[in-house]
Ligand binder design. Structure first.
Ligand SMILES: Nc1ncnc2c1ncn2[C@@H]1O[C@H](COP(=O)(O)OP(=O)(O)O)[C@@H](O)[C@H]1O
Ligand SMILES: [Mg+2]
Length: 331
């Protein structure tokens, strides 16, 4: 195993590398995100995401099923592939950290990333106001338009990433689905999943677009995203539904949801047309995804209920929107 400082030193041809702080521990302590200071080379600071495979037991204990354990392992490989083969396609309006170097062996994975704090994205938020939420919706619209694909679809897209993005989609949650009490939502879970997958306009979804995974500029007018472990195929409204639920209160959602959705869809159309797509296509995509917003919401709500009916996200607002999703299926 190569030590992190040595890996960074070689990768950047630095004279000295000093660990500054841990930003966050990962996955039961099997890895970490840490900040390092660089001397004798640029940039002056970097972020290292490190996963220590040799310390991870091959078979999970108790609370964690083998299925979810395997998925977690794969999620780090997907993130490494994302940064190596896909991330460079993101334009400035869908900012992500630059990959500086990567190292993968049987013991360890290192992702060496640009430090977004240093690049002007040092703000973090837990809750957002409408204007801050708009900043993120613009990021999402740009991201989804960048990776939009229209039919015909070949089967191995998106190469190296999850064929179905998000960490909550039905195929990854058999235990949670089983645990649900009988209900129309449980019965319709496959229908919801199918409706999202049958949409002719697929794109990459970030897959974990909660507010914690966005880094804001000082004035909150610019944003960059991190954490691409669940990036893969999907429809844009899956990220939108999950994001809005992660950062706004029930009363904000009640008052502003329509306005926020309009803003997302108009930015999506603008980005598609700016990238050379026809206005007709942009309108078809927006129409198709508009119809799927409540479906995507219901799909996430299904995951929440499988996890725990007492979950704080199981709100009356969320239940009502999930009902709309079911109604959209014709159930
Ligand atoms: N390149 C980066 N620059 C600045 N901060 C970062 C960077 N990558 C991650 N972070 C910070 O570390 C946190 C955890 O990183 P993340 O990749 O989301 O790990 P986890 O999978 O544990 O959520 C992020 O929410 C963000 O605040
Ligand atoms: Mg994260």
């Amino acid at each position: 195993m190569i030590a992190p400082e040595l890996f960074i030193k070689r990768a950047l041809r630095a004279t000295k590398v000093t660990r500054m702080e841990q930003v966050q521990a990962l996955w039961s302590g099997y890895g970490e995100i840490a900040r390092y200071q660089i001397q004798g080379a640029a940039p002056a600071q970097v972020i290292l995401k490190a996963i220590s495979w040799s310390h991870i037991p091959p078979h999970p204990r108790g609370w964690q099923s083998t299925h979810s354990h395997q998925r977690k392992i794969r999620s780090y490989q997907v993130e490494a592939l994302w940064y190596q083969h896909w991330a460079q396609r993101c334009p400035d309006d869908a900012r992500v950290p630059r990959l500086l170097a990567v190292h993968e062996d049987t013991d360890i994975t290192y992702l060496l990333l640009e430090d977004l704090d240093q690049s002007g994205y040092a703000n973090r938020h837990v809750q957002l106001d409408v204007s801050q939420a708009l900043t993120v919706l613009h990021w999402l619209a740009c991201f989804h338009s960048t990776f939009l694909r229209t039919p015909p679809h070949n089967d191995d897209w998106p190469q190296g990433l999850w064929q179905q993005g998000t960490y909550w989609h039905l195929a990854t949650r058999p235990d949670e689905w089983q645990a649900m009490a009988p209900s129309p939502l449980k019965e319709s879970a496959h229908g919801l999943d199918q409706a999202l997958r049958a949409c002719p306009y697929q794109t990459l979804v970030h897959g974990d677009a909660k507010v914690a995974n966005f880094c804001f500029s000082d004035d909150d007018q610019q944003v960059a995203a991190v954490d691409f472990q669940y990036v893969g195929g999907g429809v844009g409204v899956q990220d939108v539904a999950y994001f809005l639920g992660s950062c706004l209160t029930e009363s904000q959602l009640t008052t502003h949801l329509d306005y926020l959705l309009e803003a997302y869809f108009s930015e999506l159309s603008r980005c598609l047309v700016a990238s050379g797509e026809s206005p007709d296509l942009a309108e078809s995509v927006a129409n198709a995804w508009q119809d799927l917003f409540a479906v995507a919401w219901a799909d996430f709500h299904r995951f929440i209920l499988g996890w725990s009916p007492q979950h704080k996200k199981n709100t009356p607002f969320s239940q009502a929107l999930a009902q709309q999703g079911l109604a959209a299926l014709g159930n």
